[in-house]
Design a protein around this ligand. Structure first.
Ligand SMILES: Cc1ncc(COP(=O)(O)O)c(C=O)c1O
Length: 392
């Protein structure tokens, strides 16, 4: 028997599971019914477009016309006219020369970081970056310097030490990578200062605008557009089609030569089945809707500010939102989980972040402000969160 157990290749999983259970950190899947009665402040559907009739009709029509799958790599059979139109219109909307669509935002981030650096490069990465940027850094095999969160002076210091100067061509190739809006606390990166540091050190800046596209900037053109950096020659933006655009997939936007390079060098583009036509069609329909109804972006920001204002006025600790993510502190991981469960029982769906998803060990409720929430729904959500708040 003992011998049998020794041969069990997954015994270590049981030990990990027990440790996780003791720490109250077990994750569970909660299937979402199609017609949930819960008020949703947990999804990333910031503009309420995932179920918009124009968007779902576009998805259905694309599936009927092109099939349920894209049938191959983008380089073989996986590119349809929808992909091409989406790339052209997304680039134009956000103010970049070109765009490339991927099967997820995760794949887009892996591509941007790993194809723009290599083992001879230096990557400077914000400590609060999303897991997909972190994995992109790992995949790149570059030397990675993790700098304190939202600290352009720290970025400059690393680039200075490297001896990079504008036009000087000294030092290794350097890439600075950051989220535009950080997914845990919803705070914004200091993009103008980061771009200035990159400019003066001949470094490239990769910005993950997953939480900025559709929410920030003129009509939702994103955080990079808002910072006046759209189309800047040293800036590359990554985005997901799965949040504000209510679909699925990812994109990289930037100078045409960067996009062409990705087509030839990005492994998650070349060796991955192209984004499915339904998702491409839905994202394209959402993008056109957003261009027609720019007020959706402003409404998402207004809802976030209202939620934050009401919760902090009632004594809760929440980070001032720079976009549509509102992060409310919880006293402990266990209380965060209980708080989220109590909200759910009272009809409100909220996100719950706790270690190890949060590097600083602080547990939070994570609320997403959707443009389609009514003032009454905001009041209802605030009421539930306050009624269920832990007492210590
Ligand atoms: C900041 C950020 N970047 C990238 C991603 C990954 O995007 P996707 O879900 O499209 O893979 C996410 C979350 O999903 C995110 O929050």
């Amino acid at each position: 028997m003992a011998e049998d157990r020794q041969d069990d290749p997954f015994e270590w999983i049981d030990a990990q599971r027990e440790r996780r259970a003791r720490a109250g950190l077990v994750r569970r899947l909660n299937p979402r019914p199609a017609d949930s009665p819960l008020l949703d402040l947990a999804s990333n559907d910031y503009l309420g477009l995932a179920r918009h009739p124009e968007v779902t009709a576009a998805a259905a029509e694309a599936a009927r016309r092109w099939g349920a799958g894209s049938t191959g790599s983008r380089l073989v059979t996986g590119t349809t006219e929808l992909h091409a139109a989406l790339e052209e219109e997304l680039a134009e909307f956000c103010g970049f020369e070109a765009a490339l669509v991927f099967s997820s935002g995760y794949a887009a981030n892996l591509a941007a970081v790993s194809a723009l650096s290599d083992r001879d490069a230096l990557v400077v990465s914000d400590a609060g970056n999303h897991a997909s940027l972190i994995d992109g850094c790992r995949l790149s095999r570059a030397e990675v310097e993790v700098v304190p969160h939202a600290d352009p002076a720290a970025v400059r210091k690393v680039l200075d030490a490297e001896g990079h100067e504008a036009g000087g061509g000294r030092g290794r190739r350097a890439l600075v990578v950051t989220d535009s809006v950080f997914s845990v606390d919803g705070d914004a990166a200091p993009l103008p200062a980061l771009a200035a540091a990159c400019r003066s050190h001949s470094a490239a800046l990769v910005v993950d605008d997953a939480h900025g596209l559709g929410v920030l900037g003129e009509g939702g053109r994103g955080a990079v557009h808002a910072a006046g950096l759209a189309g800047a020659p040293q800036v590359v933006v990554t985005a997901t089609l799965s949040k504000s655009l209510g679909s699925q997939g990812g994109a990289v936007l930037g100078p045409a030569r960067v996009i062409e390079h990705l087509v030839n060098a990005a492994r998650t583009f070349i060796f991955d089945t192209g984004l499915n036509p339904a998702a491409a069609g839905a994202a394209l329909a959402s993008l056109r809707l957003l261009a027609r109804e720019p007020q959706r972006a402003a409404r998402a920001r207004t809802v976030a500010t209202a939620l934050h204002g009401r919760l902090t006025a009632a004594g809760l600790s929440a980070v001032r939102p720079d976009a549509a993510v509102v992060s409310v502190r919880a006293p402990s991981p266990e209380q965060a989980v209980q708080w989220a469960a109590d909200c759910r029982a009272a009809g409100l769906l909220v996100g719950c972040f706790r270690p190890p998803s949060v590097p600083d060990g602080i547990s939070r409720l994570r609320l997403t402000a959707r443009a389609d929430l009514t003032d009454e729904q905001i009041e209802q959500a605030v009421g539930v969160i306050l009624e269920t708040a832990p007492t210590a």
